[in-house]
Design a protein around this ligand. Structure first.
Ligand code: DC
Length: 241
């Protein structure tokens, strides 16, 4: 079971019913940009990676083996995951407990990457995501939003950057958070996650045919955001959304 609690402001705008998909590899800036885009457009924001992370935390806490597919799927299915609040101050709850910070550790990120290759877990999470976003007015970020979760999304963006640039950003964030890490380890981890995301059998990371690809390697957050807003305005003026 999952729930997504809208703020009054965002709820007022859900009448617009837009569904915006942002996919891309780990560390491309999807969540930062997704949050800002949601705020600028008065939409809700759904961080689907946070759902896989919360489910993974539940599996870690159950002491189950990440490789035991049936057991992992059962644990994930029973986990109650809620995403609440403003796009920029999203709170993640697991079985009623605030796990917003806890799900950002390397251990949970690794476990999320492993359990997200489990087809039963994916089916479960995709069903929850469709249910949470069914009334529209949502920006969703993930790996399979434009290809699997909402193939008919009103706008699809694929946000990417070189592995080195993504590792640099993640390293800075980790250091800022006080984590004891080094650049080479972060880069190795980014490369491993890319490999797993792109090569899993079920819903591998790929660019949807109708996605707008944005490379953030040389661009600032504002530049990427401005491009997205320009695409949205263009589509609105063409009446295609
Ligand atoms: O975006 P993130 O790093 O918080 O995602 C955590 C993991 O979840 C990542 O390894 C890939 C997986 N994931 C996925 O498979 N599909 C999604 N829609 C979102 C995340």
């Amino acid at each position: 079971m999952s729930s997504l609690e809208p703020t009054a402001h965002a709820a007022a705008n859900t009448a617009r019913r837009l569904i915006i998909a942002i996919d891309g590899p780990s560390g491309a800036g999807k969540s930062t940009i997704g949050r800002l885009l949601a705020r600028r457009m008065g939409l809700l924001y759904l961080d689907t990676g946070a759902m896989y992370r919360a489910a993974a935390l539940r599996v870690i806490e159950s002491n189950a083996s990440l490789q035991d597919e049936t057991c992992v799927a059962e644990i994930c299915h029973a986990a109650h995951i809620e995403l609440e609040g403003d796009p920029e101050a999203l709170q993640v709850k697991l079985d009623g407990r605030d796990v917003t910070r806890e799900i950002r550790t390397e251990q949970v990120g690794h476990a999320a990457s492993v359990i997200s290759t489990n087809s039963q877990v994916r089916r479960d999470m995709v069903a929850r995501q469709r249910e949470l976003a069914r009334s529209g007015g949502v920006v969703l970020d993930g790996r399979d939003i434009g290809t699997v979760v909402f193939p008919d999304a009103d706008a699809k963006f694929f946000l990417t950057a070189t592995p080195e640039q993504r590792a640099e950003r993640r390293f800075e964030q980790d250091t800022h958070r006080g984590a004891n890490t080094n650049f080479e380890d972060v880069l190795r981890d980014i490369n491993m996650r890319d490999e797993r995301d792109a090569n899993r059998d079920d819903s591998p990371l790929r660019i949807a045919d109708d996605a707008v690809v944005l490379d953030s390697t040389e661009a600032t957050i504002d530049e990427v955001l401005d491009k997205m807003i320009a695409v949205m305005h263009e589509r609105q003026s063409e009446n295609s959304i």
